[in-house]
Design a protein around this ligand. Structure first.
Ligand code: PAF
Length: 276
């Protein structure tokens, strides 16, 4: 495993790898690595000769300064955790990635206007900017993203389509704790009691799935009333949408409809999803 901090060194190392025609699998992360990241890296390991992981807390995708400041940064621990399954770790400083203020502008149409796009203005522009830059430097054959950030995955696929980038995007299932709680770097900011409360998110999503024969308005009512029973939760949105376009639907079509939720618990923003 080699740990790289600069784009020059990254470009040199990857040039040598590509010259020997080795396939490159890439997992972009913001660190504070957990089982979810490990599952992406393990899949990349199985499907590629070389595995690259980036660890970079991307400031321009945060639209809340406190969230950025509190985002866990645990590079030494992260490197220890993944060094046996990763060949190259790219962990640059912000000045290396953004020597000048980035000016890229993306338009993802309606896909970028709903859910996270509506509640976190500029977020997906920041995600697309960093992922596109990383793709250009690393030029991976395949890149791996978790389905927990369901809309992010759809946005990345759309960016790759718009820019005709030669990379295959692989979506991987959400990894859950035994309680059902989706693993996330943000869980590190929850207390033990809050983690128990947070497990209700997936329980309620499963309730929604069990009731997917009902009209969407009734499923939404059911979920909202279940969430409201838990006083520690502050719901941001619960949406039922077409699994590809992410536009709202009136009726669930089995396997083609996704339910997505975002809420706050003790100041920590959590998101989750379930295919209905
Ligand atoms: O999902 C994440 O961790 C980030 O949004 C990503 C894709 C690494 C871009 O910063």
């Amino acid at each position: 495993m080699i740990l790289i901090k600069t784009i020059d060194e990254l470009t040199n190392v990857l040039f040598r790898i590509r010259s020997s025609e080795k396939s490159i699998g890439f997992v972009p992360t913001m660190g504070a690595l957990h089982q979810g990241h490990l599952s992406l890296l393990q899949r990349a390991r199985k499907e590629n000769e070389v595995v690259v992981c980036s660890i970079f807390v991307n400031p321009i995708q945060f639209n809340n300064a406190e969230d950025l400041a509190k985002y866990p940064r645990t590079l030494d621990r992260d490197v220890e955790l993944i060094k046996s399954i990763t060949d190259v770790i790219f962990a640059p400083e912000p000045e290396e990635v953004y020597p000048e203020i980035p000016t890229e502008k993306y338009d993802f149409g309606d896909l970028g206007k709903v859910m996270e796009g509506a509640y976190r203005p500029g977020h997906f522009n920041g995600v697309a900017t960093i992922v596109n830059r990383l793709f250009n430097w690393i030029k991976p054959d395949k890149a791996y993203f978790g389905e927990k950030d369901y809309q992010q995955l759809a946005i990345i696929r759309e960016m790759v389509r718009q820019k005709s980038l030669p990379v295959e995007i692989i979506g991987c299932p959400t990894v859950r704790e035994e309680s059902g709680l989706a693993v996330s770097s943000r869980n590190q900011r929850l207390t033990a009691e809050e983690k128990v409360i947070a497990a209700n998110i997936y329980r309620i999503l499963q309730e929604a799935k069990k009731n997917s024969n009902l009209p969407v308005s009734q499923i939404k009512q059911l979920v909202v009333s279940e969430i409201e029973k838990i006083k520690e939760f502050k719901l941001e949105y619960f949406e039922i949408a077409d699994a590809k376009t992410l536009q709202p639907v009136d009726k669930v079509t089995e396997g083609n409809t996704i339910a997505c939720i975002a809420l706050y618990l003790g100041g920590v923003r959590l998101i989750d999803e379930i295919l209905l």
